[in-house]
Design a protein around this ligand. Sequence first.
Ligand code: NAD
Ligand code: UDP
Length: 355
Amino acid sequence: MKTLLTGGAGYIGSHTAVAMLEAGHEVAVVDNYVNSSAEAISRVEKITGKKVSLYDADVADKESMMEILSAEMPDCIIHFAGLKAVGESVAMPVEYYRNNIDTTLTLLECMRELGLSNIVFSSSATVYGEDHIPPFTEDATKGMCTNPYGWTKWMQEQMLTDAQFSSEASDGSANTANGWKTPLSVVLLRYFNPVGAHESGLIGEDPQGIPNNLMPYISQVAVGRRDHLTVFGNDYDTPDGTCRRDYIHVMDLAEGHVKAAEYADTHKGTEVFNLGTGSPYSVLEMVDAFGRACGHAVAYEIGARRAGDVQDSWADASKAKAVLGWEASRGIDEICRDAWNWQSHNPQGYNKTGL
Ligand code: NAD
Ligand code: UDP
């Protein structure tokens, strides 16, 4: 299968590129490097010994995307490109809506004009809102998001679902009256908390500036880039008082994309899948596990709760197992081992050296 990964030089995209190539699929990547580096793709090629077609372009730019997609004519587009920092999205909602919504609209217009049928989308557990008690199942109603980033995911899911509906006639053929050359197949993947790195230590998460997320923050404390972690609240109604999340190894997540793209190629309609492990861990459990992996305790202090945090979030991942034949196989010890391997060999991320 020929795949095109938008945002493929980023954290999840680069790991998915490895998994796709290792599964025997072809990979093209489009990225504008707003939050990544082309070095990640060189390393993907090093890990796999295979070539990636790489395009430097803005996925919202229709002229460029028409040119790239006409040249590639992929069997499946996996749409990772987007801005993803929750706090930044509160400060810069206009940029977030512009980038995240426009990239998806451009892809849909190009797909309609070129007759491309399959798209897998990077959504997030954030669309469940705060009303449900975990584990979350895919049929739980989407909730109110607490920030513009979350709303962009919510809206993109809706846009893709509506486009799929308009593309398919009642007999299952392409709805040519609506301008479609083929009925769409849309797979919405709701990620829980992607963490860890490829076991080679050659690719991993490379956040710009101060990390917002727990695991890269812990890694940077462990490697000596930061003094200590601040644990955001220990007065939650959980066994140790800290919030619980479903941390999924990024290579498990990447392998989930391979299954999702293969599924999209043989089905029509819109399907939603949670990609998580189904097992929650608290902040302090993650700190302990990382300490075991790196061989020394990770310094932390207890701080105030972070606004907008939900106490508990984890997946019911049984649908992905039943329908895609996929389930996460790596646990928190492998997550921490691989995150530490990446961090300790690339203390400043890609293209940088030293502490
Ligand atoms: P990332 O920032 O590492 O990757 C996103 C990539 O998209 C980057 O390489 C960036 O340069 C590129 N990009 C952004 N806008 C672009 C544009 N207009 N044109 C071309 N390239 C563009 O983030 P990630 O963690 O790999 O996340 C990938 C996707 O998964 C995102 O859509 C994100 O919202 C979603 N997601 C991530 C998480 C997470 O915790 N990492 C959780 C849920 C969903
Ligand atoms: N967290 C923390 N300190 C940090 C970053 C995160 O205590 O510096 C906590 C956060 O409050 C949440 C958990 O770690 O309970 C996971 O946070 P992350 O931002 O990684 O994921 P999300 O909250 O978006 O699921």
